[in-house]
Every structure is written in C-alpha cells, then in structure tokens.
Design a protein around this ligand. Structure first.
Ligand code: BES
Ligand code: MG
Ligand code: ZN
Length: 486
C-alpha cells in the first residue's frame, strides 16, 4: 500500500473520501465546503454520532457522479489519543477492502507526526491478512487498498508508521506459520536471512554448540523433538558509539505440545503461536535495522519444539542452566521458562544495561488479565513504568503484576534443585516471572512481558484480524527510539 500526504480538494476528488470525526463536534464537516450540508444530513439518517469504533458510509450524486464518504468516529475530542486514530484507520482500511476500494482520500483534521504515524500503522495493520495457504482466494478478500492519501499528514510520521507496522505484520506472518513449516531449524534460517538482508550480525548455535555453551536447559526442552533446538543471537550496532546496549529476548517454542505432560486437544490447538516472543524479536530487529537508532540492540532467542518422545525431558529431571543454577522439572509443559533460563543467562553476559523479554509464558496470565492485556514484570520500577507509559500510546495493553511476594517466591524453591519449574496454580504468571528473574544478571534492568493472551487473538477486532497480533513489536521499537531522543 502506498500512503502519502496530499492536500486534496474534496469537491474535485472522485474516489471515496474518508473523514475522521469527534463525537458530537460542531466543526467535524467544515472541510467538505459545499458538500458539508448534504453529508451531514445523510449522516443524521444513519444516526451517526462519531463514537469510538463507529463507521458510516454515505453516498450522494454530484453532477452525475456517485460520491462516497466514509465517516469514522474517534470518540470525544478530549479523550482521543493516538490509539483512537490507529483504531479508526484500521477499521477504515478493513471496510475499504471489503467494499473493493483501491484508492482512498482521508481527512483526519490537524495531524502531527505522532497522529500521522498512528493512522499509517492502523491502515497497514488493518489491511493484514494471512491467506497464503488458500488455493482459491475468497472473493471478498481478493481486493487490496493500494493508495491512501492523507490530508495535511507528516511525511516523517508516515515513514515511521510504515516501518513499524510492516515489522509487526512480518512478525504476524511468522507466528501464523504452522509447526510443520517453522521449526527450530527453519526459524533460525529466517533469522539468518533477515540479518543478511538488513546487514545485521547473526550467529546461530546448533544443538552441539548449545551443549558446549552449557545451555542444558534449552537443550533439554528441545531434545524430545525430531528437529533439534537452535540458539540465535542477532546484533544491530549503530555507526559511532552506542548510547546504550540492550537485549531483546523472546520465547521461541515453534510448537508446544506440553511434552510428556502432554496438553489435551483444546489446549494444544494454537500452540504454533508459542514462538510469538521470538518472532517479535525478529520484527523488532527488522525495524531497528531500518531506523538505525543510536542504541546497540541484541536480539536473542532459543528455538525449540516441546514434544513427547523417548528422548524427551521428564518430570523429575534435574538440569543445569548456563548460569550454573539447577532446575528440577515439575511439569514439562512449563518449558518456556526453562528455555528462557539459558537465553537470559546468555543475554546477561553481553554487557547490556537492560533486557526486555517477551514470552507466551503462562495461561495463568490470561486468567489474571484476560486475553487482550499482557502482564508486565520488572526488577526496576522506573524502567517498567516507562514501558507502561509507552504502551498507552502504542495501544499494546500492558499491566504490571507484583514481584515482591516473598511467600510466593518460596514456591519455586521447594524441590531438590535450586529452582522448581512450576510454582503451582495460584499466581502462576508471577511465579513464572520470579523463575526468570533468577537468570537475569546482577545490576541489569529487566522487564518481562507475558504475552500469552494478546499474542494471538481468537477473533478480529479494531486493526487486528484473527490469529497472530505481532504484540510487543511497536512498544519495544518505540522504547529503543526514545533512548536516542532523550
Ligand atoms: N505456552 C504455554 C502458555 C500458554 C497458554 C500460552 C495458553 C498461550 C496460551 C506454556 O508453555 C504452558 O504450557 N504453561 C503452563 C504452565 C504450567 C504447566 C505451570 C500453563 O500455563 O498451563
Ligand atoms: Mg507449555
Ligand atoms: Zn509454552
């Protein structure tokens, strides 16, 4: 899709025109000049009020031509932030595609860089579909929105929005691929190809090197599968001296059957999405390579498939992770934290000041927060709060959960080893985060996002479709960009 800033004249444009309007606002239609009265009257018939997530289409005849207007609500002016524009733009793109509109003109009021960026993101995210395996494309979905012209938009905002949304869609494409296509080996190859294309350093460690490095936790989780595990380390280095060094770590289970503690059918379904954290890392590295911020960024993930077999790791097994700590396996389905033990240990040795990890870690996090909000856990409130504040802008919902419960922490220390890989049912997202914290090096500021809920949606809404969301990509990239603006 081509998105451009263009100051068009609503009276002469023949293609559909879209307007973003505030709820019950007098100035909404002034832009339309002589067309204002007619459009306003037609909208009254539709009982359109400009509420959030509302959209109306009206058509009128002008000198023998049908002129179509889409009007999308932003909600109350005082409340409409970046996310309202992103949502409006996403809904508009979806509707335009459904109506077979290829070219669309948009007037969304006064736009600055941030709002231009949000509109661009919404349009690109809202246009996303995963239909590469449909041998016959559905009639309804065969159309694409090719051109979007935005009145008074900021070109820099459009540029940023494009890179961010395309990176997020790249992540969605990867997460949506099933386990027979993306396995640990192919996921590592994707990282290598991406790095080659964008000039990033990339080192892939195979199952032998994984053991040589002492990553027995990652290796153990992966050894039950016919496809052996891989460990991936990508690096972006800025030209000149880096202002900061940070690591982004992702959980990369290309499929999670549960292992010997096998999941039942309903829970195993969708577990191709258990690599969403690693795929977010890939999306982030792609965006970072294009935006070239002043920060050195390490993108890291262990890729493994959790399968039951004669070679699979077992409940009761005691495993030594790369940082020397021992882990007793209570449940082979709590495998994500075991792989992350090694990924976080590795990241901690790179001399980074901060680590952000993203993981589809626990069903318990979805029980706590619902499926649209990720859990945020941190060992540094200031760092955590910065990310929480950003998430309000990106629309990627995050909510902080506590890490200071000493009694709860005891639950992962009950076994025969240093740590037990499950703390039981209650507070399951928190005990998982506490487990991860054991592998974060001294003095490193750390944020963990449990994205089990919002990494993959069961139904389409606002700018999302059913399936992978690419959650985490925009918030992390924006965080990195902010470091350079400070
Ligand atoms: N990958 C799952 C968590 C998950 C569940 C992600 C639902 C997305 C949707 C994880 O590996 C897992 O199985 N966790 C267990 C942990 C338990 C055995 C302590 C869980 O949440 O049930
Ligand atoms: Mg599991
Ligand atoms: Zn898992």
């Amino acid at each position: 899709m081509e998105i451009k800033a263009l100051n068009f004249d609503p009276e002469t444009v023949k293609d559909p025109i879209a307007l973003f309007v505030f709820e019950d606002d007098k100035e909404n239609f002034d832009f339309l000049g002589s067309l204002k009265d007619q459009v306003e009257k037609l909208l009254q018939v539709e009982n359109f009020k400009g509420k959030e997530e509302s959209l109306a289409k009206v058509s009128l005849l002008l000198n023998g031509d049908v002129r179509t207007f889409y009007v999308v609500g932003l909600g109350k002016r005082e409340k409409a932030g970046e996310e309202a524009y992103r949502v409006a733009s996403g809904l508009l793109a979806k509707r335009a595609i459904k109506d077979k509109v290829n070219k669309l003109y948009l007037y969304a009021g006064n736009l600055n860089l941030r709002l231009s960026k949000a509109i661009t993101e919404g349009a690109i995210l809202g246009s996303y579909k995963f239909d590469k395996y449909k041998t016959k494309k559905e009639e309804e979905n065969s159309n694409s929105l090719d051109n979007l012209y935005i009145y008074g938009a900021d070109e820099e905002g459009i540029y940023l929005g494009k890179i961010l949304a395309e990176a997020q869609n790249f992540t969605r494409d990867l997460v949506n691929e099933p386990g027979n296509i993306i396995n640990p080996i192919t996921l590592a190859e994707i990282a290598q190809n991406l790095s080659r294309e964008y000039g990033l350093e990339c080192k892939v460690y195979d199952e032998k090197e994984i053991q040589e490095m002492g990553m027995y936790a990652l290796w153990s989780v992966g050894k039950g599968s016919a496809t052996p595990p891989r460990f991936v380390h990508m690096v972006y280095k800025p030209e000149g001296e880096a202002k900061e060094k940070i690591a982004i770590v992702g959980k990369g289970l290309t499929f999670d059957s549960g292992g010997l503690n096998i999941k039942t059918g309903d829970f195993m379904r969708t577990m191709k999405m258990d690599k969403a954290g690693a795929c977010a890392v890939l999306g982030i590295m792609k965006a970072i390579a294009q935006l070239k911020p002043c920060v050195e960024v390490h993108g890291i993930f262990g890729a493994a498939e959790n399968m039951p077999s004669g070679n699979a790791y077992r409940p009761d097994d005691i495993i030594r992770a790369m940082n020397g700590k021992t882990i007793e396996i209570d449940n082979t389905d709590a495998e994500g934290r075991v792989t992350l033990a090694d990924a976080l240990s590795y990241a901690s040795k790179l001399g980074v000041s901060k680590i952000i990890d993203m993981a589809t870690l626990t069903g318990a996090c979805m029980v706590a927060l619902g499926e649209y909000t990720a859990g945020l856990f941190t060992n540094d409130d200031e760092f955590g709060d910065e990310i929480l504040a950003l998430s309000k802008l990106t629309g990627e919902r995050l909510w902080k959960l506590p890490m200071d419960d000493k009694k709860l922490r005891e639950k992962i220390k009950r076994g025969d080893a240093d740590l037990l890989n499950s703390g039981g049912r209650y507070g399951g997202a928190i005990t998982a985060a506490m487990f991860l914290e054991e592998f974060v090096g001294e003095g490193i500021k750390w944020v963990h996002m449990d994205i089990a809920g919002p990494a993959d949606f069961r139904e389409a809404f606002s700018y999302y479709s059913k399936g992978a969301s690419g959650f985490g990509v925009r918030t992390c990239v924006e965080y990195i960009l902010r470091i350079c603006e400070k």
